[in-house]
Design a protein around this ligand. Structure first.
Ligand SMILES: NC(=O)C1=CN([C@@H]2O[C@H](COP(=O)(O)OP(=O)(O)OC[C@H]3O[C@@H](n4cnc5c(N)ncnc54)[C@H](OP(=O)(O)O)[C@@H]3O)[C@@H](O)[C@H]2O)C=CC1
Ligand SMILES: O=C(O)CCC(=O)C(=O)O
Ligand SMILES: [Mg+2]
Length: 473
């Protein structure tokens, strides 16, 4: 079955039932070490994960690690350009849950991202990246503890589908000509627009199914959170990209108000209900004026639409959501993408789950990680219905590779997410405690040490892992 690798002789497979993992006490879990700093981070991570499982379960549970190859390491073993061998894909497919270090993607040419390829091959459609603060972590922000968000990023489509054509290529030229001569003039709303002839062309598909399955998972996650964090914000640039990003927002609301009608309230609905609660005699017209500040300047047709919206909300959900009941529902709102970058800095405690398309989520997860301590503290998970691959938000940080200096915190915390996904909460909690206590004791790697006041001598990557384990008890 495998060309160059052999699964561990002990352990068994994780299986899936309705998208939920069924986990044996001794699961076989494939891991990819990763390029660049993966060489430093992975051994540190494995040491912490194994120690936590041992301390928590005293041998009753144990992970059987299965080394599989991708990136530079794969080329060394399998030959030139064998970046993602079939062996690795077979192993992940067979064992269902895997963890990986970062993998390099060249810019401007060369291979397409192996990280993205794994997400697409296994349909890992939700990239889940929690950004929460560990006490004592230095941050460029004054109140980093106020940010506690989970970026829920669509992980398979958008521009990451990678359908693009180089400037000057035959297909790019043919497409531009076709668009300029046929399709754009045939679409009145595009007026006399033309694509410059010397353009590269990329395609940005956003599908209804892709958007809704992501939002569905985000809402289900919100329902598991404490009441005050039960909120999903749809992040989009729908003012500019109406039929892709705007559609993502609309499909998100549609899903929330159909599949989760009893559990959710939209922000606009909450205004309508709240206005009526404060003044039971309020007419729909007056209510509409309150929810739309520019109401009086609108056309009669638009005004009628908003009045109708108010009436529909009151007729359909007053019974179930009115008289303050909406306050116990998952709040679904939306924010324009550029605005959310400032909102997480100026009003961090007003957000919880941020549901995004692929590119916005990529940007936003690095920015949110920076607020709570940087890319050394940014874990992540790529989740599908039949498979999950855990990995950090950061990349290979090549300038630090092999120096035993970077922060393994992100991959370790990705391991914590994996343990939680397996249902091994006791081991996950030990690591969170160990990591929190190490930071509180100012035992940190260079990235956090340089921000601390007064300054501290940084630990090596491997020493930080040892410090975490020492703080289990
Ligand atoms: N999922 C994946 O595997 C990902 C892969 N990549 C790939 O990684 C490569 C390098 O990308 P690059 O743009 O340099 O981004 P990186 O995320 O690799 O690194 C950027 C900077 O972030 C900081 N950083 C990253 N990781 C850590 C860590 N573990 N501890 C402390 N600080 C850290 C460092 O900042 P400083 O030097 O200031 O301390 C580093 O120079 C590219 O090929 C890219 O495509 C990128 C993102 C995700
Ligand atoms: O695959 C890559 O090289 C980059 C991916 C990335 O930035 C991310 O997943 O956040
Ligand atoms: Mg990224």
């Amino acid at each position: 079955m495998y060309e160059k690798i052999t699964p561990p002789s002990t352990g068994s497979k994780i299986t899936f039932n309705n998208g939920e993992p069924i986990v044996p006490d001794n699961p076989i879990i494939p891991f990819i070490r990763g390029d660049g700093t993966g060489i430093d981070i992975w051994p540190a991570t494995q040491k912490v994960l194994d120690a936590a499982v041992e301390v928590a379960y005293k041998g009753k549970r144990k992970i059987s690690w299965f080394k599989v190859y991708a990136g530079d390491e794969a080329c060394e073993l399998y030959g030139t350009y064998q970046y993602l061998p079939q062996d690795t894909l077979t192993a992940i497919q067979e064992y269902g849950v895997a963890i990986k270090g970062p993998l390099t993607t060249p810019i401007g040419g060369g291979i397409r991202s192996l990280n993205v390829a794994l997400r697409q091959i296994f349909d890992l459609y939700a990239c889940v990246r929690p950004c929460r603060y560990y006490a004592g972590t230095p941050s460029p922000h004054k109140n980093p503890e106020k940010l506690d968000v989970i970026v829920y990023r669509e992980n398979t489509e958008d521009i990451y589908l990678g359908i693009e054509w180089r400037q000057g290529s035959e297909i790019a030229n043919t497409l531009i000509e076709y668009l300029n001569k046929e399709l754009i003039p045939a679409t009145p709303e595009h007026g006399k627009k033309q694509i410059p002839l010397d353009s590269g062309i990329g395609i940005k598909p956003i599908s209804k199914n892709g958007s809704q399955r992501l939002v569905r998972r985000a809402i289900k996650h919100a329902l598991q959170l404490p009441k005050h964090k039960q909120m999903v914000t749809l992040v989009h640039k729908g003012n500019i990209m109406k039929y892709t990003e705007g559609a993502f927002r609309d499909w998100g609301y549609e899903l929330a108000t159909s599949e989760f009608r009893q559990e959710c309230v939209t922000e606009r609905e909450s205004w309508i209900l709240g206005n009526k609660e404060k003044n039971p005699d309020l007419t729909p017209q007056a209510n509409a004026r309150m929810i739309d500040p520019g109401f009086d300047a609108l056309t009669e047709e638009k005004k009628a639409q908003i009045v109708k919206e108010v009436e529909t909300v009151l007729n359909s959900i007053w019974e179930t959501h009115g008289n303050g009941k909406w306050k116990d529902k998952v709040m679904v709102n939306d924010r324009i993408a550029d605005s959310i970058f400032q909102q997480i800095q100026t009003r961090p405690d007003e957000y919880s789950i941020l549901a995004t398309m692929n590119l916005n989520g990529d940007y936003l997860s690095d920015a949110a990680a920076a607020i709570v301590g940087g890319l050394g503290m940014g874990p992540g998970a790529n989740i599908g219905d039949q498979c999950a691959v855990f990995e950090a938000t950061h990349g290979t940080a090549p300038k630090h590779a092999g120096l035993d200096r970077v922060n393994p915190g992100s991959v370790i915390l990705s391991g914590v997410m994996m343990l939680e996904y397996l249902g091994w909460q006791e081991a996950a909690d030990l690591i969170k405690k160990g990591l929190g206590d190490a930071i509180a004791n100012r035992q940190v790697t260079y990235d956090l040490a340089r921000l601390m006041e007064p300054p501290v001598e940084p630990l090596k990557c491997s020493e930080f892992a040892e410090a975490i384990v020492k703080h289990f008890s």
